[in-house]
Design a protein around this ligand. Structure first.
Ligand SMILES: *Cc1c(COP(=O)(O)O)cnc(C)c1O
Length: 398
């Protein structure tokens, strides 16, 4: 699963080049930095890898979502549709720009269900965020077709799927923009960090300026220009050290994915022995980044029973139905409207009027899938001993 498994000499060499200049900041200091622009180079190489024109580095995957939504003009009064199976960051960012998250079902891809999406669109819907969960692409062609019909832009949350794609085209490049995370458990990591990719130059320029306090980047796209400002901004700048690590990790990404594919196949062979097991739908197996193996048991009781035995044998799987970070009915703070703001924002407006209310039972089709789902994270390095242990656990569960 994570890039931290392959952290090594290449990352240290890249970091060393930054330390030698003493310039940790991505802009300015032209004399001291001796031509070294790691964040900019990381952006250029990441864009090339994804087959898009532009990439904007930021401080995290959550910041990437916030910067993208802001540049898209999404704000108070707007609704953004996403799925009820994702990391909390997806909807935190929607709230943070002042909009309201609307949750849709997932289907057997464990990603946004196009059949549920259309019914959730209203006149207020200003963006749709499908999440390519656990390295596997969403039904992006169907989702895009629906979004296009309604004139609504698509932002792909690709935090968990760098390098994944459909028929050779990379996830994150189908919609208006795509966001990535390089946090410590992601497929490639910079410790903290994020990226947004797009082919839309105007959107990219807005993201670039917004993430740098509104600094005018017009005269020098991707870098600073004059001292003017077109709109208010914020600070979501990535450090040179992160850019340096990102370059080394990006160079390893295809190798990480190739290793995960082999390991996923080995795990799949073992898990396939479980009676009644079936696997998550992967639209294009050649485009799976293979970070996770997701499988269904015939019903919830069987999933829990099997996982108990797997656990007793040292090979427990993740039961996402109980996961409090990734699954809608388990987000107790969202359901309760818990916030630090005295006004009750973003759940209430000043004056106490409730803006939004979430029903824990609102996504029954997702529940029917998640209740019988088990997931193994796929490591980059899988020892024969560990594989044997998982094999024995599966046999016991059979
Ligand atoms: C990790 C993740 C994020 C947030 O990334 P951070 O870099 O941790 O802020 C957003 N969306 C999804 C689906 C994620 O898995």
């Amino acid at each position: 699963m994570p890039g931290f498994e392959v952290f090594g000499e290449e990352e240290k060499k890249e970091i060393g080049e930054v330390l030698d200049t003493g310039v940790l900041f991505r802009y300015e200091f032209p004399n001291e930095r001796r031509g070294i622009y790691k964040v900019r180079q990381f952006e250029e190489e990441f864009a090339r890898y994804c087959g898009v024109a532009h990439a904007q580095a930021v401080t995290s995957g959550t910041a990437a979502l916030k910067v993208a939504l802001t540049a898209m003009g999404v704000g108070p009064g707007d609704e953004v549709i996403t799925q009820g199976f994702t990391f909390v960051a997806t909807w935190e960012a929607i709230f943070d720009v002042g909009a309201i998250p609307v949750f849709a079902e997932v289907d057997d891809t464990l990603n946004l269900d196009p059949a549920d999406l259309e019914g959730k669109i209203t006149a207020r819907t200003k963006a749709i965020i499908p999440v390519h969960m656990m390295g596997v692409p969403a039904r992006i062609a169907e989702i895009k077709a629906i979004a296009d019909r309604h004139g609504i832009p698509v932002l792909e949350d690709t935090a968990q799927a760098p390098g994944a794609g459909i028929k050779g085209r990379k996830c994150g490049s189908f919609g208006l923009c795509g966001t990535f995370s390089f946090d410590p458990v992601k497929t490639m990591t910079t410790g903290e960090g994020g990226m947004i990719i797009t082919d839309d130059e105007d959107l990219w320029r807005k993201m670039s300026e917004y993430h740098d306090h509104g600094h005018d980047h017009v005269a020098n796209p991707g870098g600073r220009g004059g001292e003017g400002r077109s709109f208010i901004g914020f600070n979501f700048r990535m450090m040179e050290l992160q850019g340096a690590i990102g370059l080394a990790q990006l160079a390893k990404l295809d190798g990480i994915i190739a290793a995960q594919r082999r390991n996923k196949e080995a795990l799949r062979e073992l898990v396939g022995q479980l009676p009644g097991v079936s696997f998550r739908t992967v639209i294009d197996p050649a485009g799976d980044n293979a970070s996770f193996l997701a499988f269904f048991l015939p019903d919830a009781a069987e999933a829990r029973r099997v996982n108990e035995i797997l656990g007793q044998n040292g090979a427990g799987a993740v039961y996402f139905a109980n996961n409090t970070w990734h699954y809608y009915p388990k987000w107790e703070h969202l359901l309760a409207g818990s916030t630090l703001a005295r006004s009750g924002w973003p759940f209430e407006e000043a004056g106490g009027r409730r803006r939004v209310h979430y029903d824990p039972a609102a996504l029954p089709r997702s529940a029917a899938l998640l209740d019988r789902l088990l997931v193994y994270p796929v490591p980059v390095k899988l020892s024969p001993e560990r594989l044997e242990q998982i094999g024995k656990a599966v046999k016991a569960a059979c």
